[in-house]
Design a protein around this ligand. Structure first.
Ligand code: FAD
Ligand code: UDP
Length: 414
């Protein structure tokens, strides 16, 4: 994975600078899934020369993992579990990693109980001291559910499925903490991510494929980016190179409003503060993640990483997540006024033909990793088609098969 210094990469300026400076077909901003997948495709698939930059000191974006000071393998930016229904995404990533089977399970601390979330049969029986069967649990929820004629908000979704009491116990406080907004102020898509079950399935995700990259995300990214046509500059903000590197086209996976100097105002992104700790004990909690929906508890969840990685180690490392407004942008905030503001930036982007916006921050979409991979592969497909070039055999991308991975949009494809 060739990393370069600014000196060797620069000397020219943007698209038409100093001819002595190396020329890159693509300058890609952001070495997360969006930027890295595209860099890999453009270089290995189309023979394009790519400069990939990130302002962080590492590749992998928010999926970055590493061993901490105690030697415990952790995710710096919170727990990342790979799950998808799209086989083609698994096939693509499998070029760069083997997998460790892993099904994610989460418990919620509610009153004095630690119960499965998503709410399931065990959750209901434990909380209410009952011994219901599955059909009885379905009747139980149906009797509590409050009909909502038009499901619009994150409150509507939950209340219409499980009623007010369970909504308050599991969702209201957690969501208020996580987003700094009441669920009634958030789009229905947010809490719709969490299903309600009446059977005993206690897995957090229902996807066909659920697993972890065997050697970690960072290793997977290293293999993905190990190509002679890819140069990488870390610890480098776009503003530091935008006028110093010669390139043909820009792909930007940072925040779209930042690229345009917030000309229409700031797009809200929710941030998190991670408090990482290493404990002198073998295990801290029974599962990888325990959620704390109680609003009086300042954090939302605690993750114990050894469950995710399968690492054997005499110590264990955990992280607390404290949601906050300021800090690195982690979550676009799905609500109508933000969608409207994003639309204005998107229209501006569509008129900016030398830049394509991509990824969770670039297209302001609450995307999971697989969806970002799908979006980057779709963009690559479009570039390959537009260039009418034949991809290197064996590197062709399957067309979108209509799976759950939607690819609504890189903006302003070249
Ligand atoms: P990012 O990973 O955010 O990468 C963008 C990169 O661009 C960053 O590294 C940033 O430093 C860089 N950048 C931005 N602006 C600039 C600039 N001006 N100059 C240089 N560099 C810049 N998804 C799942 O599928 N499963 C999970 O379990 C899961 N858990 C998550 C847990 C948390 C706490 C969070 C926050 C997200 C989680 N996700 C999960 C979502 C997942 O992180 C994203 O889908 C994915 O990382 C998005 O990739 P990306 O490349 O679009 O963005
Ligand atoms: N949520 C909640 N209680 C929970 C789990 C989730 O209220 O115990 C809500 C909350 O609003 C959260 C959303 O459902 O932001 C989506 O949950 P998910 O676990 O998908 O969030 P992420 O992993 O993206 O942070």
């Amino acid at each position: 994975m060739p990393q370069i210094t600014l000196g060797t990469a620069t000397g020219g300026s943007s698209q038409d600078g100093d001819s002595a400076a190396p020329f890159y077909d693509y300058l890609i901003v952001g070495a997360g899934f969006a930027g890295s997948v595209l860099a890999e495709r453009l270089s290995a698939g189309l023979g394009k020369r790519v400069l990939l930059i990130d302002r962080r000191e590492h590749i992998g974006g928010n999926a970055y993992d590493h061993t901490d000071e105690a030697g415990v393998w952790v995710h710096r930016y919170g727990p990342h579990i790979f799950h998808t229904n799209a086989e083609r995404i698994v096939q693509y990533l499998s070029r760069f990693t083997e997998w460790r089977p892993y099904e994610h399970r989460v418990l919620a601390q509610v009153d004095e109980h630690r119960v499965p979330i998503p709410i399931n049969l065990t959750t209901l029986n434990t909380l209410y001291g009952l011994n219901m069967t599955e059909p009885q649990a379905a009747d139980f929820l149906a009797s509590r559910a409050q009909p909502v004629s038009h499901i619009r908000t994150s409150q509507d979704v939950v209340v219409s499925q499980v009623g007010r009491e369970l909504y308050e116990k599991f969702f209201r406080g957690y969501t208020r903490k996580q987003w700094g907004l009441d669920p009634s102020e958030l789009d229905k898509s947010v809490t719709s991510r969490v299903p309600t079950r009446t059977n005993s399935d206690d897995r957090y995700f229902s996807d066909t494929f659920q697993m972890m990259p065997r050697d970690g995300y960072t290793r997977m990214f290293e293999r993905m980016l190990d190509h002679p046509l890819i140069d990488i500059l870390l610890g480098t903000d776009f503003t530091a190179v935008r006028h110093r590197v010669r390139y043909g086209h820009l792909v930007y996976s940072g925040p779209i409003d930042e690229y345009f100097d917030y000309c229409f105002g700031k797009l809200p992104y929710r941030s998190l503060r991670f408090q990482h700790e290493t404990l002198n004990q073998l295990q801290f909690q029974a599962v990888a993640v325990v959620n704390y929906p109680d609003e009086a508890v300042p954090y939302t969840r605690i993750t114990e990483y050894k469950h995710l990685t399968g690492q054997t180690h005499p110590l264990t490392s955990i992280s607390y997540e404290f949601p906050c407004a300021d800090g690195d942008p982690y979550y676009p905030v799905p609500r109508p006024e933000n969608a409207e503001l994003y639309k204005r930036y998107r229209m501006l982007a569509e008129g900016t033909s030398h830049v394509t916006f991509l990824g969770r921050l670039g297209t302001y979409k609450y995307y999971n990793m697989d969806q970002v991979v799908g979006q980057a592969l779709a963009l690559y497909q479009r570039i390959a088609e537009a260039a009418s070039e034949t991809p290197v055999p064996g590197c062709e991308v399957e067309p979108n098969t209509g799976s759950r991975v939607e690819t609504s949009g890189p903006v302003s494809a070249p």
